[in-house]
Design a protein around this ligand. Sequence first.
Ligand code: HAX
Length: 423
Amino acid sequence: MSLLKLKLEEKIPQWKEEASNLIKSKGTSKISDVTVSQTYGGMRGIRAFVCDTSSVSADTGLIIRDHPLLEITHLLPEEVFILLLSGDLPTETEVADLQEQYKKYAHVPKYVWDVLKSMPEDSHPMAMFNTGILAMQRESVFAKKYAEGMLKDDYWKYCLEDGINLLAKLPGLAAGVYRIHFNKGEPIEYDSELDWAENFVHMIGIEDPTGNFKKLMQIYFMLHCDHEGGNVSAFAAYTVASALSDPYYAVSAGLNGLAGPLHGLANQACLKFVLDVLDHFKAVPSKEELTQFSWDRLNSGQVIPGYGHAVLRCPDPRFTAFMKFGKNHIHDDDVFDTVKLLFDVVPPILQEQGKAKNPWPNVDAASGSLLYYYGLKEFEFYTVLFSVSRAMGMVAQMVINRALGIPITRPKSVTYAWLKSNT
Ligand code: HAX
């Protein structure tokens, strides 16, 4: 049995007891009121369910299990997954144990490549990635055990088994999507000497003479891992998993949400915007030129990708971490220099325009420029990388929810007529 599973076996009874005591003592206490505007406004700000893996505060951003993100950016993705799930910073032995599990399950079955190769050439990499995940749904142990009549107390165990099995394959699946979609040759097999993120760099087949691309991918996969429970992808996965759809279905559902331009797809839009700027000016523009360019874009009714957020009201710490990486490793690069200039120019413009509640950059404003620098230039692919990482948060959340016995999601909708006569 994996060390992570053993650790959860110890912790889950305590988590269940805490939740049950809280429901007994404070079950009728109110934590939110709902206004008419919220019913028409994306349910923004309504406190309606629990997510313990991470939280996002308006002025700090992402906090993973009580650790503000900027204090733990050194963690490997494997370490952050254990932290998300268990609440503990892992020991070296626990990390090595998870890495062994990943190696055991890393091979992507050939039928997945056959399916992906048969898709039309203009299929989006996100559609291919999600198709790959759905094609593997037949591997779900959770679904098999459910059909055999597993006990409710065992749901989380098979959810975890599927989750680890799936996470193990995601770097390979992502790299394979890249190679097939962009005609880079056959998918490359996993190397058992490398860790999860290093393997992605190995399997995508892009040269990394300095080793810095591997470092970037370690931090990239770490930073995107989770963003509490109410964002589109996490909430979609939460809802689908609550129907006891297995992790393959539920992660895929979440990632279909991540594929939206207001959510994860913004990172491809963001780099495209930066490249459009460079294409327009044929060089890094002056501050005045970029200011005018940004106003023109806003005035034409388009958003500035990579800026704004539904919850944050400060520069996203994930952006800050990427900028730090870029400033340490990248010098004299037009794309990264434009990203830096945008950070000077865009917030005051959005403040002056007065529409966006948050004028600051989000996670997507810088990440693409770093990938581009290391040779991953096909920005249509970027959301797939976001997905590889975000699947960790989704899996962690669904394991905990099954452990706590969270029932099927079913909020109540109301009609316009009901609102008119009841408010
Ligand atoms: N550029 C221009 N206008 C913006 C803006 C931006 N970057 N951000 C917000 N606004 C506008 C909104 O479009 C909205 O305008 P309307 O009233 O005309 O509809 C107004 O400001 C109020 O919006 P808000 O309340 O501040 O923002 P929302 O919570 O509705 O939306 C978004 C949050 C992230 C979707 C939004 O800021 C946006 O579209 N940003 C650009 C796209 C982007 O970067 N998305 C990635 C977000 C991070 C993420 O989830 N990654 O996965």
